[in-house]
Design a protein around this ligand. Structure first.
Ligand code: GLU
Length: 491
């Protein structure tokens, strides 16, 4: 048997370090067994998936030095590797399950389902969506003939226990009572993740599924689907989730999570991927610095420890310094720094802002330094403003941060709309509102349009600087945060 593993990102946002981490472990596992590693794009959620995000994910994984044997950009014998291009095949599988009695048509609206859940809860029953929602055959035919909107749901046992065999965790038991009759085909005819994922893992000959532990609860549904289809299930391995230094699940609210951020900060890709290799795993000799090739050579999935690995940017910085000093020659240092600093496209983006303000080239570095920096060296006094009290300054930064955390389309226009809306809601003049933002992002109120700077710096760097400024001003206590959250919600 040839080992085949895959990474299956959904292109719905920035390239996440967690995706790179899971990709790395899948790559190492496959290579160590002389097998293949596949990249598949799971873009069945058409409202959230974008081409831009897909391009960004592929580019970021390549920047880290990861490569795949089959994928949307390199092709392969099991293509297409983008689920939106395979969508016609899924409906047939769902209908086959209906014909075999393993799935049923469901005509309930989300509101009706909420009501059913409430009623069941009130009666002390399991509020799950179960097979008792299936209608008699004639009724189904009548509704289908009348063209009523519907989904297809898989049938799931009401009781008993599902046992999942996990490569790291051994047996995991999950009560069927906790598992809903999952939707397989949505009312628009598109498959859900569960159906498409199982169908494609089978079609692509995937033998081992290494993925994040957040998918454990999906495993019973998948196991049942494999059984319904009569297919062998791949081995499952749920990797521990990456965590913030405070042990909570790694989230962009607390830590930069986009690979793009680390590239922009000037990290070396070999150090970032090395650090990801140390998430829950270590070399037999415990050495801290190693390449992907060395990791493959010594890889053993059983050495993954389940205690939540902490993704700590400070430790990553330290490791990066080690790489830079030990493994990058002077010539290479110059070449790579030049590549990072004087990237032609980045300079061109800055040109419209810089050219009109420049008399001699030596003017450029001081005014544009913040575009090539990490966190700025600021003092709290720089935020003092005669129209804003300190509490307001902090609110401006906090509200802008929350607003921009929720922004999925990063552009000058969307940032402007967010900021303008907030200033209005807070009843502040745009100029006053913008002051703390300028200082947080550019280090001075006398820079070019800060909306342009934020657009160019990208979401993670922007958020990191707003967070940094807020921390510098002492942030909000737990109690204050509650109040401020309420104020924000009321805006
Ligand atoms: N598309 C899923 C994700 O975005 C894949 C999960 C899996 O590996 O099964 O993480």
């Amino acid at each position: 048997m040839t080992v085949r593993t895959r990474i299956a990102p959904s292109p719905t946002g920035d390239p996440h370090v967690g995706t790179a981490y899971v990709a790395l472990f899948n790559l190492c596992f496959a290579r160590q067994h002389g097998g293949q590693f596949i990249l598949r794009i799971e873009d069945t959620d058409q409202t959230r998936s974008t081409d831009e995000s897909e391009q960004d994910i592929l580019r970021a994984l390549r920047w880290l030095g990861l490569d795949w044997d089959e994928g949307p950009d390199v092709g392969g014998p099991h293509g297409p590797y983008r689920q939106s291009e395979r969508k016609d095949s899924y409906a047939q599988y769902a209908h086959d399950l209906v014909d075999k009695g393993h799935a049923f048509y469901c005509f309930r609206t989300p509101e009706e389902l909420d009501q059913i859940r409430e009623e069941r809860k009130a009666q002390g029953l399991n509020p799950g969506i179960k097979g008792d929602l299936e209608l008699p055959a004639e009724e189904v035919q009548r509704r289908l003939a009348a063209g009523e909107p519907h989904v297809i749901r898989m049938k799931v046992p009401d009781e008993g226990t599902c046992v999942i065999q996990d490569m790291l965790r051994g047996q995991i038991e999950i009560d069927w009572a906790q598992v809903d009759c999952q939707i397989l085909l949505k009312s628009d005819g598109m498959p859900t993740y569960h159906l498409a994922n199982v169908v494609d893992d089978h079609a692509m000959g995937i033998t081992h599924v290494l993925r994040g532990e957040e998918w454990i609860n999906s495993a019973p549904k998948h196991k049942l689907l494999y059984a319904y289809f009569g297919w062998d299930m791949p081995e499952l391995c749920h990797l521990p989730l990456l965590r913030n230094p405070d042990k909570s699940k790694l989230s962009k609210r607390k830590n930069p999570t986009s690979i793009n951020f680390y590239e922009r900060m000037g990290f070396l890709p070999e150090a970032v991927i090395n650090y990801l290799g140390r998430m829950g795993w270590s070399m037999p000799d415990e050495r801290e610095k190693f390449s992907v090739a060395e990791m493959i050579e010594h890889f053993d999935i059983q050495r993954v420890s389940l205690g939540g690995p902490i993704f700590d940017v400070e430790k990553l910085r330290w490791l990066n310094g080690q790489w830079l000093r030990d493994d990058v020659s002077d010539d290479e240092f110059v070449a790579r720094l030049k590549d990072w600093w004087f990237r032609e496209d980045a300079l061109r983006d800055l040109l419209p802002h810089v050219k009109g303000r420049t008399e001699v080239f030596s003017d450029v570095a001081p005014m544009a330094a913040f575009m090539f920096s990490g966190m700025l060296d600021l003092a709290p006094e720089q935020f003092a403003h005669n129209k804003l009290e300190e509490g307001q300054v902090k609110r401006v930064l906090q509200f802008a941060l929350w607003k921009l955390e929720a922004q999925r389309h990063w552009s000058k226009e969307t940032i402007f709309a967010d900021i303008k809306g907030l200033a209005k809601a807070m009843d502040l003049k745009m100029g006053d509102f913008m002051f703390p933002i300028f200082v947080a992002i550019a280090g001075t109120p006398n820079s070019w349009s800060v909306m342009d700077s934020m657009a160019l710096l990208g979401p993670d760097m922007t958020r990191a600087r707003l967070r940094h400024a807020l921390n510098l001003l002492g942030g909000f206590s737990k109690k204050e945060t509650k109040r401020v959250e309420k104020e924000f919600a009321a805006l």
